[in-house]
Design a protein around this ligand. Structure first.
Ligand SMILES: O=c1ccn([C@@H]2O[C@H](COP(=O)(O)O)[C@@H](O)[C@H]2O)c(=O)[nH]1
Length: 272
């Protein structure tokens, strides 16, 4: 199924705008998993199985796996999600961006090697760097627009012809790059005013919103400023606050409770 169809289905079926982030950090794993040879896969698969019915998507961050030489575990994890929880799309958070010939290899990496349904991209190199991804109409292309980190304003808020750069990015992608309807944008939860500005510029294009939980973003402001008229259009990501909600043998149950609380909180504000 195409990414956008899977996302739409998962939003509805699971009544959820929660994107569960998969950022393994072995130092934070529960004691019974530490030192096990396949701990990264076992930890992440347990989180996935405990939260799949509460999520609209999963978002593994590739650096968390690559730094551990655990790319093979990531391949198996994504295959596990597709096999056990079909219909919940997987976003590979890789923030790729390079000249076209190299970008083609990143396409193969994300969609053939890892089997992801969508990938995050940095649009800074321009249209030709994104084109090999945009051409994959069946896959989601999620471009950084206004990120959640403290330094986001250094470049993204620069005045370019009377408008901040991130607004040019939003307009360009919505009006010119999204010819196959497979684009989404990243807008951080920690900048709710910019989130509202982006939503006003892009219509119903989905937004991936990191920055809830560990980074302190406000759920109510995100939902109020980012939802579409239909009350959806958001993939609100939480990684550490779900993954490490517990530290004992019941870590997956604790993660489920954290994901459930976030889903219910989001839905409370969706309805109001
Ligand atoms: O602007 C951005 C873009 C991506 N991220 C990624 O999202 C998660 C956030 O993790 P938390 O533990 O929920 O803070 C992480 O993988 C980042 O690399 C982001 O935070 N901001």
């Amino acid at each position: 199924m195409h990414f956008m169809q899977s996302l739409q289905t998962a939003w509805t079926r699971n009544n959820s705008l929660v994107c569960v982030g998969l950022d393994p950090e072995p130092a934070k794993f529960p004691a019974h998993l530490k030192g096990r040879p396949d701990a990264v896969f076992e930890f992440c698969a347990a989180i996935v199985d405990a939260t799949a019915d509460l999520a609209c998507s999963f978002k593994p961050q590739i650096a968390h796996f690559a730094a551990l030489r655990a790319e093979e575990a990531l391949e198996r994890l994504i295959a596990h999600i597709h096999a056990k929880h079909p219909g919940v799309p997987v976003i590979l958070d890789a923030k790729r961006g390079d000249i076209g010939s190299t970008a083609q290899h990143y396409v193969t990496e994300a969609f053939e090697r890892f089997g992801a349904d969508a990938v995050t991209l940095n649009p800074y190199l321009g249209r030709d760097s994104a084109q090999p991804f945009l051409d994959r109409a069946d896959k989601g292309v999620i471009l950084l627009c206004h990120t959640s980190n403290p330094g986001a304003a250094d470049l993204q808020d620069l005045d370019v012809g009377g408008k901040p750069l991130y607004q040019h990015v939003a307009r360009l992608i919505a009006q010119e790059w999204n010819t196959h309807g497979n684009c989404a944008l990243v807008t951080g939860a920690t900048y709710p005013e910019q989130l509202a500005e982006v939503r006003a510029l892009i219509g119903d294009i989905p937004l991936l919103v990191p920055g809830i939980g560990a980074q302190g973003g406000d759920v109510q402001a995100v939902v109020r400023n980012g939802r579409t008229a239909a009350g959806a259009g958001l993939m609100i990501n939480s990684s550490r606050a779900i993954l490490y909600a517990g530290s004992g043998e019941d870590f997956a149950e604790a993660a489920r409770t954290a994901a459930l609380d976030l889903r219910d909180s989001i839905n409370h504000y969706r309805a109001s």
